[in-house]
Design a binder for this molecule. Structure first.
Ligand SMILES: NC(=O)c1ccc[n+]([C@@H]2O[C@H](COP(=O)([O-])OP(=O)(O)OC[C@H]3O[C@@H](n4cnc5c(N)ncnc54)[C@H](O)[C@@H]3O)[C@@H](O)[C@H]2O)c1
Length: 347
């Protein structure tokens, strides 16, 4: 392992890369985390970089990510640029000896992901990947209950994700498709809560928007999972939800079950004659606001304590492998064993 040491755990120097859709949310969150001191914000677009500097109250902005990564005042690099850039930027930060927090995924390609995992193992530097649902209080509690045996032997897993807003055509083309972009969060939860998956069988359909079919993708899907421990699971995905961001997970065991679903955004229920109404979450920034903050708090706490952050690059690799198996199953119309999807991790 590397001899990575934070100079001042109460003031960790940060380079923040990518002031886009989710980047602006993350910058606002980070600005409220005491241990993080944003030194530099980088975006290819200098105006966005400057806007990010203002949000994060950083010392400076730049349009050059490498300039930000190699800044001597920087201990940790936060990567929120488009997916296609993550592998290169993670490698640059590892080579510069920095700790890293990166949005998921490392890459959409298993070989490229494995190459980054190999370099990460070599350096032993702290790297945390942005699977934020693992930090939502509901999932944290569910995992504790499962680990402590309160649910008994796990028998079934069930999850669905329905998105409020349609992505644009460019996003559909570059996202790797709905299995890698959307169901990936539920696949990660399946691994987090139940364990590794042995085999998948997926169906996809185009019901909602013809742009998905034109982009070689599906807008609706169901993936069945057979876990190594014998449990069975189902992951449903839809690009369409008129009523808001719709996420639910259920794990059932021999002694009990847990359901993780935040179906009300506020404590308000408006009762009227023979009915009632409540507010629904609009999208991921409001549903997972607490989780986004908790994942950064955990990262900086782990850096200060000298521990190994989680989920790390190996989780990103195994969750990607599972998503690729589901995509292959849909494309080839057959069950696919997850170990069919192989990549050599260079030694
Ligand atoms: N975990 C989640 O809930 C969640 C939600 C949304 C997006 N994401 C992930 O976050 C990442 C960013 O998504 P987004 O929707 O904010 O993207 P976006 O396209 O809105 O923003 C990306 C920003 O990065 C900048 N950029 C591009 N290349 C750069 C480079 N080499 N150096 C510096 N800046 C660069 C762009 O100019 C842009 O401002 C993606 O990987 C996406 O998968 C995760």
């Amino acid at each position: 392992m590397s001899a990575f040491e934070i100079r001042d755990p109460s003031s960790i120097g940060v380079a923040f890369l990518g002031v886009g859709r989710i980047g602006r949310t993350h910058l606002q969150t980070l600005a409220g985390i005491g241990a993080a001191r944003i030194v530099v914000v980088a975006d290819l677009d200098p105006a966005e970089a400057e806007r990010g500097r203002e949000i994060g109250r950083a010392e400076r902005s730049t349009s050059d990510a490498v300039d930000a990564i190699t800044d001597p005042k920087v201990d940790a690099v936060i990567i929120v640029t488009p997916t296609s850039t993550h592998a290169t930027l993670i490698e640059a930060a590892l080579r510069a000896g920095k700790a890293i927090w990166s949005e998921k995924p490392i890459a959409l390609d298993l070989d490229e992901t494995a190459r980054v995992v190999a370099l990460w193992r070599e350096t032993g530097l702290p790297v945390q990947m942005g699977f934020m649902r693992r930090f939502d209080p509901g999932y944290v509690r569910a995992r504790r209950l499962i680990e402590s045996g309160e649910l008994g032997r796990i028998e079934q897993f069930r999850a669905y994700s329905r998105d409020t807003y349609m992505p644009d055509a460019k996003f559909i083309r570059d996202s790797g498709g709905s299995f890698l972009d959307m169901s990936v969060h539920d696949f990660d939860l399946a691994r987090f809560l139940v364990g590794e998956v042995e085999e998948v069988s997926a169906w996809g359909a185009n019901i909602v928007d013809p742009r998905f079919e034109a982009g070689g993708d599906v807008d609706t899907a169901v993936t069945m999972l057979r876990f190594r421990n014998g449990a069975l699971g189902v992951v449903e995905m839809s690009r369409h939800s008129e009523w808001g961001y719709d996420i639910r997970t259920e794990v059932a065991g021999s002694l009990g079950k847990v359901v993780i679903e935040a179906d009300r955004k506020t404590p308000l229920t408006w009762s009227r004659r023979f009915g009632f109404e409540a507010d629904h979450h609009e999208n991921f920034p409001d549903r997972f606001e607490v989780a986004y903050r908790a994942e950064f708090e955990a990262f900086f706490r782990t850096l200060a304590d000298g521990g190994t952050p989680t989920p790390g690059p190996e989780d990103a690799l195994e969750t990607l492998r599972l998503a690729l198996a589901a995509k292959q199953s849909w494309q080839e119309r057959r069950p696919v064993r997850v170990d069919e999807v192989t990549a050599e991790v260079p030694t």
